[in-house]
Ligand binder design. Structure first.
Ligand code: ZN
Ligand code: ZN
Length: 240
């Protein structure tokens, strides 16, 4: 299995990340990545870019070093109603990719029912593409219910490589998520969540887990170029 896209990466526009879009794209091109989503943090995070960062993403060329650049955002889930920190609907016109994540303290940890409710609500947002790094124990949720709704809505659940490298019970939690995804035919996307360019496309640890669990290749979104293009064309027929 090889991966041709990375749909969750950061630039120094979020100050706890340290690379430019140019460095990210160059590294991606040298490591077999053909689609690179640049997804800096939503504006409620303390060191996120200003709203204007998202308004002006259009100045970045659609292609850099032969890599298709997908302008995106990693929005913060704020509450159990699935509120995202995208308050100005114009932002949705400026981005082609929306990752949705729970980050402390922007989402107050509550109980399993509340986190599940939040994810289910987020999945009703037509602009959202991916539920990201949801393996976190402090935001435990009903894997089955969310995987099933994800499949219904044609959205993706992320296998986050940065989190996998952290170790602990992360791999175990992801194995459970993969099991739920397989049960409902939910596609996953393997992403680096790179905060420095060398992390982009470094997916070995995810590949290992996918192989170990026997998760089907056909449900790995970014393992196939046609799958990615079909999805993007379907969502943005004017841009892809
Ligand atoms: Zn995140
Ligand atoms: Zn991130």
């Amino acid at each position: 299995m090889k991966f041709i896209g990375d749909f969750h990466t950061h630039t120094l526009a979020s100050t706890h990340a340290y690379s430019t879009i140019t460095e990210n794209a160059k590294w991606a091109s040298e490591h077999g990545i053909k689609f690179l989503a640049t997804t800096d943090h939503g504006t409620d995070m303390e060191d996120s870019p200003h709203l204007w960062h998202f308004y002006n993403l259009k100045v970045i060329p659609d292609e850099l070093f032969g890599v298709r650049i997908i302008k995106g955002i990693e929005a913060n889930i704020r509450d159990e109603n699935g509120t995202l920190d995208i308050y100005d609907p114009f932002v949705y016109k400026c981005v082609q990719w929306v990752n949705a994540s729970m980050h402390y303290p922007l989402m107050q940890p509550s109980d399993k029912a509340a986190h599940t409710k939040a994810y289910l609500a987020v999945l009703q947002n037509p602009e959202v593409d991916v539920i990201c790094h949801s393996e976190s124990e402090q935001y435990d949720y009903d894997f089955d219910a969310v995987a099933r709704e994800c499949a219904n809505q044609g959205k993706l659940i992320e296998l986050n490589v940065t989190r996998l490298y952290r170790g602990g019970i992360t791999a175990q939690r992801y194995a459970m998520i993969l099991e739920a995804c397989e049960k409902y035919g939910t596609s996953i996307v393997v992403n680096s969540d790179a905060h420095f360019y060398t992390a982009i496309g470094d997916f070995d640890v995810a590949k290992e887990l996918i192989e170990k669990t026997g998760f089907p290749e056909k449900l790995v979104f970014n393992a196939d170029e046609d799958r990615v293009l079909t999805y993007l064309k379907n969502k943005h027929p004017d841009k892809f």
